[in-house]
Design a protein around this ligand. Structure first.
Ligand code: HAM
Length: 432
């Protein structure tokens, strides 16, 4: 069947499933969130880094875990024209580690690196509310410092960012997987337990039982959730040292009055975590259940890229999820701007000249000449949220004057100013 021009235009104009354009109020929310977050993180000593959106596939497959959902199902991987296997980044931490190694950024053991980044990530997941195939994260990585203090300051930074964008009712879900010895001991106990219920597990979990059993705790399948309900608790398998580490983390959280809940099934979706893992969720899960962000400690990750065997801790926040919860009242009032409106086409040139004068003086100004008559042009200026209407009719143009009306003011309507006077008035109004 032939495709009509109309259909073909419609297909051309459709974005890829799970990906969306950001504009209008949405992009304003996006910018507000990122600005606030980076401002707060700067006070905690973080500096910006930007890494490429594509990396060699191995950067992710060797670090996130071959059995993780992200690597096994969700990566956008391609062979490029030169035959290299490349992947659109599904997360930011692995790329930042690669960048630290490539650029030898970690030179001094006494000076931890604190890096922050923001940008699009890609996961071929089933799109739903708050879950997209292209989404945006802000990430914060603190590399070169081990111990509960670094963990808790990292968690505190996330909470401070969330508070500053107006999300006060957030709780930290926290767990510890311990170091490699605790983890092995726990994994063995978990496998022993799950083997008893193998026939009840989902097909994917049956496979994972052999390859990466911890992932089963993460499963969203109802049957797996039921089986895992009585699974052994990771806390019971921590070595003394690992348990003390975790207890200290909890003590420090209390010291800074950070609300938390221990979640022994929180293994997180990526394999590089050791010791502390955490997620940030709304206290009221009826409002939104999924995590607004998450992270944890990842000792040993940088070692996969270079000889620096230093530990790290970090987290990422999902910007779309924050945008969804950010009320429009948090957005700053729209900035003031002047609309220069000629009454008829005769005054276009004068209006053009005065627009130039205003812009030279850094007065935000728009020349409004769309619309068949003055009424339509005034309506358009108001629709565009211009705060001051600067009208030029024949009389004004001849006398080098303008009539200024302040929108939403009962008293300041149609007041005439000479051009220079008008500049002075607007500059005082706009505080320039
Ligand atoms: P993650 O938990 O995979 O961790 O992602 C962090 C956050 O990104 C999630 O909590 C969620 O808000 C958001 N997110 C993830 N997938 C999607 C999606 N498909 N659509 C919308 N939002 C999504 C990481 O990525 C780690 N790199 C975090 C980290 C940094 N760990 C240590 N340092």
């Amino acid at each position: 069947m032939a495709i009509s021009t109309h259909d073909s235009a419609q297909i051309l104009a459709t974005p890829i499933r799970g990906m969306k354009d950001l504009y209008g109020v949405e992009i304003e929310k996006y910018q507000l969130i990122v600005n606030v977050a980076f401002q707060v993180a700067k006070t905690y000593g973080y500096r910006l880094i930007e890494t490429p959106i594509v990396e060699n596939t191995s950067v992710f497959s060797r670090t996130l875990g071959g059995e993780s959902d992200v690597v096994s199902k969700e990566m956008y991987s391609f062979v490029d024209k030169g035959g290299a296997n490349i992947t659109l980044r599904p997360e930011g931490t692995a790329g930042v580690m690669r960048a630290i190694a490539s650029n030898k950024l970690f030179v001094n053991n006494n000076s931890p690196l604190k890096l922050m980044y923001c940008g699009p990530m890609f996961r071929y997941d089933r799109p739903q509310k708050g879950r997209y195939r292209q989404f945006h994260q802000m990430g914060f990585e603190h590399i070169g410092e081990k111990g509960p203090y670094a963990d808790v300051i990292t968690i505190a930074l996330a909470m401070e960012i969330l508070k500053n964008i107006g999300l006060n009712d957030v709780i930290v879900h926290i767990n510890s997987l311990g170091g490699s010895f605790s983890r092995e001991r726990y994994t063995k106990a978990l496998v022993d337990y799950l083997c008893k219920y193998e026939n009840k597990l989902s097909a994917v979990s049956k496979l994972r039982l052999k390859k990466n059993p911890l992932r089963i705790l993460d499963s969203k399948e109802f049957t797996d959730i039921e089986v895992c309900h009585n699974a052994p608790n990771v806390q019971d398998f921590l070595t003394n040292e690992d348990r003390q580490y975790f207890v200290k983390v909890l003590e420090l959280l209390q010291l800074w009055s950070i609300k938390y809940v221990i979640d022994p099934k929180l293994v997180r979706g990526l394999d590089y975590y050791t010791h502390t893992t955490f997620e940030f969720k709304l206290s009221n899960e009826n409002m939104y259940r999924d995590a607004l962000g998450g992270g944890g400690r990842y000792d040993g990750l940088l070692k996969l890229f270079c000889s620096n065997d230093v530990s790290g801790v970090g987290f990422a926040l999902g910007i779309e999820r924050l945008m969804m919860l950010l009320g429009e009242q948090m957005l700053p009032a729209l900035n003031k701007s002047a609309a220069v409106i000629p009454v008829t086409a005769e005054e276009y040139e004068s209006a053009f000249r005065i627009t130039g004068l205003f812009l030279n003086e850094k007065i935000p100004t728009e020349l409004i000449i769309t619309g068949s008559n003055i009424k339509k042009r005034v309506e358009l200026a108001i629709k565009r949220n211009c705060s001051h209407l600067v009208v030029i009719g024949n009389d004004e143009a001849n006398k080098k004057e303008v009539s200024i009306t302040v929108v939403n003011s009962a008293t300041r309507r149609n007041i005439k100013y000479g051009w220079l006077e008008a500049i002075g008035f607007l500059k005082s109004e706009f505080v320039i």
